[in-house]
Design a protein around this ligand. Sequence first.
Ligand code: HPA
Length: 252
Amino acid sequence: MDPSTLSPIDLAVIGGSGLYRFPGLENASRRALDTPYGPASGEVVLGDFAGRRLAFLARHGEGHTLAPHRVNYRANLWALHALGARRVIGINAVGGIRADMGPRTLVVPDQLIDYTHGRITSFCDVEGAEVKHIDFSEPYTAGLRRELLAAAAKAGIAVIDGGCYGATQGPRLETRAEIARMKRDGCDLVGMTGMPEAALARELELEYACLALVANFAAGCGDEAEISIEEIFAHLAAATAQVPILLRAMLS
Ligand code: HPA
């Protein structure tokens, strides 16, 4: 397949937990790409949405078979870039640490702290590759963040502007002490997939922003003694339903 024969992609969306197919994508076709970094999480689905070309990739695979630490983030971003995507929105399920970031809240974070380990965090991690020291002071693209926020306002969807995303290794949820430490560090949200995705996007000079969907209060931040996975997925389903509405407002 020659990517140059395809019409340009206006936006790529990487779906997180609970978003395995993009609703309302018309004339969809699928692209399986070989990448220098191995297989992506699955095929990229290309289609029309709100009169624009959209590329969709399910980060955990369409059957949610890939745990956060096993996602091939490099292959995913390389595949989207090779298909011609230049703007990427990462949809990420998160736990809320800040009191106003309870279940079903949507947040467009503006900062992150990386607590992951053992993941391949750079395209430079190859013998002979050019070493790049990207500026990462602002990990998300300001213009794309603004577009997301403006679209939410246009669609009448409540979204919190800003917040610090703490990326943890998973797949287990965190202890109360870990979340207390993250809170002291300044984290407002906790998720398992925000990194290295954001840094790899920057290395490829992609515009990249995160739309975080709060599935639960992080450990020790809510009233519950334990976090229930059933509740996480129920809250996620409700928050995920807003995603196509918001992105339609953004693209139309
Ligand atoms: N912690 C980490 N990742 C998450 C959480 C959480 O509480 N909820 C959804 N993704």
